[in-house]
Each structure stands twice: as C-alpha cells, then as structure tokens.
Design a protein around this ligand. Structure first.
Ligand code: XIL
Length: 368
C-alpha cells in the first residue's frame, strides 16, 4: 500500500515516498522484526492510519485489547472483538502479532478485587490463559506472559511488585512468585509455539535505580531458568525520555549497562525484544525542530547500542504516529504541547525519528 504524495522525498516532514524502504522491509532484510503497537479502534475508523500500519509494520501488538481488564467484562464473559480484528488485520497484511499481556497490575477489571481470592486465584489465572492463549494458539509470535513484576520500592524480597496477583498468589519461593511460575508454565502448555517473554521498563539506562532494577529482572530470569520455568525472551520496553541526560547527568545515557544486560540475556539463551519504544519529549523546550532533532538522536543512539547485539530480534515502537500516543494522555508536557515521540508525526508524515530508526536498522548486522 502506498501513501499518496511525496513532498519531500526521503526527508522528514513528508509522507514516506514509495522508494524509501519501510521499517518492516529494512528490518526483514536483517532478520529483525520491526513494527509497532496499534489501537484497534483507530485501525477501524482511520484509513490513513491503517494504511501506515500496514505499510510500515511487520509485527503488531494492540495497546490494550489482550489485557485482562479489556478482555474480561465479568468473571464469566470474554470480549474478543478487538483482538480478533487485529489478528484478521495482521493476516491480511502478512504481519506477526504479539500478545500483550496475560499478567499485569494495571488494566485489571473492577470485579478482580472482590472476586479473586487466594482460594480461587490459581484457577482464575490458569483458565484465563487457557481461554485467551488457546483461542490464538499458533498465531502469536510472542506473549508478554508477565509484565512489570518488579518494583523495588515495594520492598518485597526479590524486588517484586505488590500487585494484585502477587498478593493472592505469592507462593512459598521468594525467588519466583507462584503467579509467575503458573503463568509461564500454563502459557507454554497452551501455546507451545509462542515465544514467552518477561517484559519490563526502567531497565535501559545507567542511573542507580535502573542498574538495581536491571539486576532484579536478570535475577528473576536466572531463577526461573534454574527451576525449569519456560521463558524465552526478555522484553525491554524502551520508554525513553529525551533530554534527561542533560537534566540528570551523563549516567542517564543509554549504553554500557544496556549492552551488558542484552549480552547476559544472550548468554542465558534468551532472545531480547524491544517491545514498546517511544521517546518522551517533555524535558525538551517547545521548539519543534529542536525537539524533533533531540528525539531522533535518542532513537538513533539507543538503537545503535541495542541493535548491535544479535540477540535482539524485534523492535516495536509504542504507536507509529504522534496522532495516537499514550504519552499525550498519560505523560503530558507541562506546556500542554502535543508530544512528538514517534517515527511519524501527527499528520502521519515521517519525522526525523523515522530516519533515525531506519538508519539504526540499516546499520544492524544480520540476525541468525
Ligand atoms: C498503555 C496503553 O498505551 C494505554 O492506552 C493504556 O491506557 C495504559 O497502558 N507499559 C506497558 C503498556 O506495558 O501496557 C502500557 O500501555 C504503557 C506502559
């Protein structure tokens, strides 16, 4: 599918002309799956957006449709319309689909707190994964089985977050909570073809908090492996912030710690997926050109480091156009200007970040 017009061939600020290789094609050439998160309702109601996703993404994931809350209006009901739509869309456009996610502390249904107890929690979790994972089994590239289980400030042993699932299913092993073990074992049984991922944020930079969190995440993965719990990949969310390096000092640069974490995952036999990349611009001044340049530099710098390791087999941005980004409602700029955080701007023209992402992909070696 081609986008009409090419006001600035190959340059930021215009639609990507047909002769500029797309992210999905450039990635595929190097054995790297490149794609993005989508919002199904906009795939339905915005044809230009749907065309852009079809053109650029070789792999897609919905921002919410497969989460527990959106899927489960009540303990006995499932709402599959949005997820089904995405699987159909992806089939039509020859895209892979990620599953996000079976277990998370957010977007859980309002009935969860009163309905789920220590007595029934294992059954609820297993049935959920059987029902949802089973429906799409064989069609999912990778499942984020557990999302964001580490929160050091909750002060639990192992650094685990005091989430709803942790409270009802802690288990007796402080190194791997029961809910994590149950979720991964059930996911493997239900969809043996899907890559099983542990996904988290705040593990990319080299400041003290990220270094500690990274260590807790890698310890969890090692402890899972030593107990024979099936896990195939580490998901590095990659929600980055441009300009924080200047604000907080050079330790906020993305580099050696990230490289070491990816190399460690590789030595453990794990793949690495960059699952949710975007670059928050709220620490940057209002000037559009300056913001775009700094955001693009963050894309380029980060991806050059991360893609240098062939363990990294997928790269997804969390959205494709600034028109639809969670940062516009979840992480607003103080001056209320819209965020310019994704490879395409709100008009769906290529931003400097698109070219930075393309350059980084082009510079990456071929994955086995
Ligand atoms: C976000 C979605 O983008 C929003 O639309 C939703 O309201 C909240 O969740 N880390 C994750 C994602 O793992 O699931 C989050 O997605 C963004 C942060």
């Amino acid at each position: 599918m081609e986008l009409a017009g090419c006001a600035h061939p190959g340059k930021p600020g215009g639609p990507v002309p047909p002769d500029v290789e797309t992210l999905r094609v450039a990635g595929a050439r190097r054995g790297l799956l490149a794609g993005c998160a989508v919002q199904v309702h906009h795939l339905r109601d915005d044809p230009a957006y749907a065309a852009l996703v079809a053109q650029q993404a070789g792999i897609v994931v919905d921002e919410s449709a497969l989460k527990f809350g959106p899927l489960r209006p009540s303990p006995t009901e499932y709402f599959f319309d949005d997820a089904d739509y995405l699987f159909e869309f992806a089939k039509k456009h020859k895209q892979k689909v990620r599953g996000h996610n079976f277990v998370w502390h957010q977007q859980i249904p309002s009935w969860f707190a009163s309905y789920v107890t220590s007595a029934n929690a294992e059954r609820v979790l297993v049935e959920h994964i059987e029902h949802v994972g089973g429906r799409y089994a064989g069609r999912v590239h990778s499942w984020d089985v557990v999302n964001e289980a580490i929160l050091l400030s909750d002060n639990l042993p192992g650094g685990f977050r005091k989430s709803g699932w942790q409270v009802v299913l802690p288990g007796k092993d402080a190194a791997v909570p029961a809910y994590i073990e149950i979720a991964f074992r059930t996911a493997r049984r239900v969809d043996p073809k899907a890559m099983l991922v542990y996904n988290d944020y705040g593990i990319e930079a080299d400041d003290a908090a990220s270094v500690k969190k990274r260590a807790a995440v890698m310890a969890l993965l090692r402890n899972m492996q030593s107990r024979g719990i099936p896990v195939d990949a580490l998901g590095v969310q990659s929600h980055l912030t441009a300009g924080s390096r200047d604000a907080f000092g050079p330790e906020y640069a993305y580099g050696s710690g990230l490289r070491a974490m990816i190399a460690e995952a590789r030595r453990m036999g794990l793949k690495v997926l960059l699952t949710e990349m975007d670059v928050n611009d709220r620490k940057l001044p209002a000037d559009t050109a300056a913001r775009d340049a700094a955001v693009a530099a963050t894309y380029g710098g980060y991806l050059r480091e991360a893609l240098a390791d062939e363990a990294v087999v997928a790269l997804l941005t969390w959205g494709i156009t600034d028109k639809y980004t969670w940062l516009s409602y979840d992480r607003k700029r103080d001056d209320k200007l819209p965020q310019r955080c994704l490879p395409f701007d709100s008009q769906m023209n290529a931003a400097p970040a698109f070219f930075a992402e393309r350059d980084a992909i082009d510079g990456a070696g071929h994955r086995a």
